[in-house]
Design a binder for this molecule. Structure first.
Ligand SMILES: [Zn+2]
Length: 185
């Protein structure tokens, strides 16, 4: 599991390991917790021989430099397929990632950009059929509007093992475009 680290304004900054989270607690840099206690880490022993414990929350806001992550989470096939729920946006069927491709809605040869809004998950068959044409030219329509994931949606895409309370937190900030089931990440 990963702990979601936020900045002091409550914006996601990183998924961090329990060990990294423990350091923030030990350095007293955790400002507030939003998640539930998710893991108990054992610390050092005091002079009486009692071992300290640190209770990690699944979401912690920490002091530190605020980084603007917009645009830093790049478009990869892994994230793109996840954005589209592993559905081909043309035929609407679900496929294994190995059978999916990145379709440029406006083909790159026609000036289409390699950006979130111009990319759709497509099965090999639909992508071959569409070839170097626009959806209109190929008479193929998209079953959903390809969208640019916002910061919270990108954090969702980055982590496949999101805890329920982390999903609830991120889900509160999802745009209307997203089609992911909040109760079932
Ligand atoms: Zn298809």
């Amino acid at each position: 599991m990963f702990v979601l680290r936020l900045n002091k304004s409550g914006m996601p900054q990183a998924w961090i390991t329990p060990e990294e989270a423990t350091k923030y607690y030990a350095q007293e840099r955790v400002l507030f917790e939003l998640g539930e206690t998710t893991k108990i880490m054992r610390g050092g022993h005091n002079s009486q021989g009692v071992q300290s414990t640190i209770e990690l929350s699944s979401i912690i806001a920490c002091e530190g430099k605020v980084t603007n992550l917009d645009g830093k989470i790049s478009l990869s096939n892994r994230y793109l397929f996840r954005r589209d729920n592993f559905l081909c946006l043309y035929c609407g069927q679900k496929f294994k990632p190995s059978l999916l491709t990145r379709d440029h809605i406006i083909p790159r040869s026609r000036g289409g950009k390699d950006r979130w809004a111009n990319c759709a998950t497509a099965c090999t068959r639909c992508n071959c059929h569409k070839a170097d044409r626009t959806p209109e030219e190929a008479n193929m329509s998209l079953i959903a509007v390809p969208f640019v994931p916002n910061l919270y949606e990108r954090f969702y895409l980055m982590n496949r093992r999101i805890l329920a309370d982390q999903m609830a937190f991120l889900g509160n900030h999802f745009s209307k475009n997203q089609r992911w089931r909040i109760d079932e990440p």
